[in-house]
Design a protein around this ligand. Structure first.
Ligand SMILES: [Zn+2]
Length: 414
C-alpha cells in the first residue's frame, strides 16, 4: 500500500498472487483512499463489462455505504443529478469509471491519473482489433505521466501468455520473507517447505529451510507480522512487483492444511493441478509440451556463483543415451526462456542392467538449492530413446512416471 501513496516514487505496482490473500481488497482500499484523500480521475478495469458492473454493485457500493467519509463524497445514486451510476461515481475533484477490458470504447473513455486493473490474466489479448487492453488503458494515463499510479493485480494463468507474470518479471520482484521462530533465518514460505507425512494433511507444517524447525498454523500470525519484503532484483524504482501465494493467507482464511488437502485432491488431474498451481501457489502453469520443447532448445550458457541462480523457476534434465553411458544436463529456466546450465554428468555403466538406471533415478531425484534457499526438484526429464536401449528407456520412464520422465527420439538434433 505504501507504494500507492503519492509520496512514493513508484509509478506501477504489480501484484501476482494466489487466491485468498486480499489482492482485490488492497485495490479497493486504494480506491477509497483516492476518493477521500487524493481525488482525481480513476479507472477500474475488470476483464469484462459485466464483471465491472457486478463489482461496482456488489463490492464498491457497499464499501462506500459503510464508510461515512466516502458516502459523503459519492452522492446517493437515487438522487437526481448525483453523477452516480453503476459505471460512474463522481466525487469532488474526481471521478471513478468502471469498465471492461473487452470494451475498447470504455478503455478510451477518459484520461486517468489512477488506473486499477484487476484479474489481468483473464483479459483478452486484443480488444476490438485495437490491441492489448492493458496498453490501451495505460495510454489513458499518459497525460498524468508525472503523478500517475497504476495497480495491476491477478492470479496468474499459463506461463507463456501470463500478463501478470510478464509485468512482475519487469519489476523489482519482491517476495515476503518471514523469520524462523527458532533460528531467525529469513525465508519465503514456499511449497517445498510445507511438509506433511503419509499423505495426511493433519500433519502439515512449515519447516525452516535452515534448522528444520516446525511451524504450525498457530505460528502463522507471528511469522507474517515479523516478515519483510525483499526485492530480488535492483531495478528502476518505478515498477514495484509483489508476489504472495495462498501460503501467506491470513489465519482463518486458507490454511496450510487446506493447501495440502487441495494438493492431494488435484495432483493427479492435470487440469485441477494447473488450477491449484495458479490459485494456491500464485504461479503460472507451463504446458507440458512447451516444457519439453524448452528443454530441447537449450542454447546459452553462463557462469553462475551458486548451485542454482536466484532467477531459476524450473529445473529440467535432458538425458543423452550412449552405448556405454548416460550423459545428462541439468538446466534451470527463468523468465523469457532464459536458461542456465546447472550440472552436467556422465554416468558410465552397462545399460542392459538395472543398476545404472537405478543410479540415474537417484541422481534425478536430487534436490537443488536455489540462492534464496528454496529447494527445487527436477520438474521434467527427457530421455533419448533413439539409441540401442529403447526398451530400457521406456521401462525407466514407466517406472519413474511417464509424465515426469519422457522418452524423446533424436533429442540431440533439436
Ligand atoms: Zn530455523
Amino acid at each position: 500500500m505504501d507504494c500507492l501513496s503519492p509520496s512514493s516514487p513508484v509509478e506501477q505496482v504489480v501484484f501476482m498472487k494466489g487466491a485468498q490473500v486480499g489482492g482485490t481488497e488492497c485495490g479497493n482500499n486504494w480506491l477509497g483512499y483516492v476518493i477521500d484523500h487524493t481525488p482525481g480521475p480513476m479507472m477500474y478495469v475488470l476483464p469484462t463489462l459485466d464483471m465491472a458492473k457486478r463489482t461496482s454493485k456488489q463490492r464498491i457500493a457497499p464499501m462506500i455505504d459503510e464508510m461515512p467519509d466516502l458516502q459523503e463524497k459519492v452522492k446517493d445514486p437515487r438522487s437526481r443529478d448525483s453523477g452516480n451510476t453503476l459505471l460512474t461515481k463522481e466525487f469532488p475533484n474526481g471521478v471513478l469509471i468502471f469498465t471492461g477490458a473487452n470494451s475498447a470504447a470504455g478503455l478510451r473513455s477518459m484520461p486517468a491519473r489512477f488506473l486499477f486493473m484487476d484479474e489481468v490474466d483473464a483479459y483478452d489479448d486484443d480488444v476490438d482489433g485495437e490491441g492489448s487492453p492493458i496498453n490501451l488503458a495505460i495510454k489513458r494515463t499518459a497525460t498524468f505521466s508525472r503523478n500517475r499510479k497504476i495497480l495491476m493485480v491477478s492470479t496468474p494463468n499459463i506461463a507463456e501468455t501470463s500478463k501478470i507474470e510478464a509485468a512482475y518479471e519487469s519489476s523489482d520482484k519482491r517476495r515476503y520473507l518471514v523469520p524462523c521462530n527458532s533460528c531467525g533465518h529469513f525465508q519465503p514460505i514456499v511449497w517445498a517447505q510445507i511438509i506433511f507425512d503419509n499423505n495426511d494433511p493433519t500433519t502439515t507444517r512449515f519447516e525452516c529451510i535452515k534448522c528444520e524447525h516446525k511451524h504450525y498454523e498457530k505460528d502463522k500470525p507471528k511469522l507474517l507480522s515479523k516478515g519483510q519484503w525483499q526485492a530480488e532484483e535492483e531495478k528502476s524504482n518505478k515498477v514495484a512487483g509483489f508476489h504472495l501465494s495462498s501460503l501467506y493467507s491470513p489465519n482463518g482464511w486458507y490454511s496450510w492444511q487446506n493447501a495440502v488437502e487441495d494438493f492431494l485432491a488435484a495432483k493427479s488431474n492435470p487440469i485441477q493441478f494447473k488450477d491449484w498451481t495458479n490459485t494456491v501457489l500464485g504461479e503460472t502453469w507451463t504446458e507440458k509440451g512447451e516444457t519439453v520443447e524448452h528443454a530441447l532448445l537449450y542454447q546459452r550458457r553462463e557462469h553462475y556463483s551458486a548451485e542454482v541462480p536466484w532467477w531459476v523457476e524450473i529445473i529440467t534434465v535432458g538425458c543423452d543415451v550412449q552405448d556405454d553411458r548416460i550423459e545428462f544436463e541439468v538446466t534451470g529456466w527463468g523468465a523469457g526462456e532464459e536458461s542456465w546450465s546447472i550440472d552436467y554428468i556422465r554416468l558410465y555403466g552397462d545399460l542392459s542392467r538395472q543398476g545404472i538406471w537405478d543410479a540415474l533415478a537417484d541422481m534425478l531425484r536430487k534436490t537443488y538449492t536455489r540462492q534464496d534457499g528454496t529447494r527445487m526438484n527436477v520438474a521434467q526429464v527427457c530421455i533419448d530413446s533413439g539409441g540401442h536401449y529403447t526398451d530400457e528407456v521406456y521401462a525407466f520412464c514407466r517406472k519413474q512416471g511417464a509424465d515426469w520422465a519422457i522418452p524423446i527420439k533424436g533429442s540431440s538434433q533439436a
